[in-house]
Design a protein around this ligand. Sequence first.
Ligand code: URP
Ligand code: ZN
Ligand code: ZN
Ligand code: ZN
Length: 488
Amino acid sequence: SNFDLTIRNGRISNADRTFHADIGIRDGVIVEIAEGLSAGKQDVDASGLWVLPGGIDSHCHIEQLSGMGLMCADDFYSGTVSAAFGGTTTIIPFAAQHRADSIPDVVASYSKLAREKAVIDYGFHLILANPDETALSKHLPQVIRDGITSLKVYMTYDKLKLDDYQLLEVMAVAGAEGALVMMHAENNDMIRWIAHRLLERGHVAPKFHAVAHDPLAESEATNRAIALANLVDVPVLIVHVAGRQTIEVIRNARRLGAAVHAESCPQYLLLEASDSDRPGVEGAKFCCSPPPRDKDSQEAVWQGLKDGTLGLFSSDHAPYRFDESGKLPKGDATTFKEMANGVPGLELRLPLLFSEGVMKGRLTIEEFVALTSTNHARMYGLAHRKGAIAVGSDADLALWNPARRVDVTAAMLHDQVGYTPYEGHSLQGWPEQVFSRGRCVVRDNKLQVERGTGQYIPRQRPEPLAKRATQSEAKGAFSQLVGLKRVP
Ligand code: URP
Ligand code: ZN
Ligand code: ZN
Ligand code: ZN
């Protein structure tokens, strides 16, 4: 037969259009899209199903030690299995440097872990915590050329944060080498000051985390990150946007011509600060940074996803078990300052957006595909293989049943967290069959592949860098004076 696999009679959606056709797959790649294709060696009938590009989750923490030294609950096996069951076929987690680590060692050790365990494809971003001379002049350029074409830096967390001078240094190298800077934008001193005053007064419960991480800490740092990036004329991506004020800052900056991109996550659509107001430490289950805000900010996130201000919808999966080994280092005596920051979301990211967004009429299916897959491929240099159902692309596909109803429980999920902040949510629509490079990964609610069968995908230059407009005259003169280089 001409095809290893055909997927027939499905309703296919890409980011630009929806149509009916069969998909012919050979050697893991889509080789034909047409009606009435001849039978493959294997034939899947997708009648009544929606065939979508597999999700790309470009923000998730797997097998990672946090800035506070706490270990994630998911390794590259449970993390990728969980992703696949939720319709995601590619992840871009972090190779996370702590200040004492050498960057090549960090990349080598994460690469080894993923190679042995991942069941779907993956790339890496670097987390850069120590931009010393060797990092800036040697290691950062090296890893970028090896396909790690984006890096995350922090404006808060004492063990990770860079000051503005360091951020400029990193941005200048990223601009010269063609990498995208992802920014965790929160004002460290505002948060430290509020937290200190709260703790002094005995306000230690989880709900005070959201008080300490005021929306102004987020919007101020976002504004500053954009100004720093504008100064050195490089694009910047603000990750995990939570608050309305931050969205307004980003929208205005874009209107004024800034190359600023932004991401949001399920927790900012569906959770609120008030969720962490529960007896004892129970509220810690909803604690992440920035924290979920209120109904008004949820509405602003929906609007931002709809109008393109927020082009990426990721999970920021930061999985911690609800005990001393994870969220609560001191058990019930843990204060909000000691709780591990982060919520799980790798498996439910797509089902939550499908149900709350597409099924409730807030987003079109094409917008859903853009936000969960296509835009990630473009933003992070994966569009040569991922993010669209197109001839020549990897056969990474999810077959969604829009009629399937699912009531969320922690027990049905495949991560190692043991709880979900979405317990009891009623969802409509579920990805019933998932394919990665033409291999069936999930069918009949069972995993169909072995550990270690996912592949590392070196990434190309992110589209915001590849497509950069030529410099304005004023910027050109400035760049020459201060010796800024741009990617060739
Ligand atoms: O609370 C969060 N988001 N934890 C994960 C680490 C990060 O900053 O993304
Ligand atoms: Zn063949
Ligand atoms: Zn972050
Ligand atoms: Zn994160």
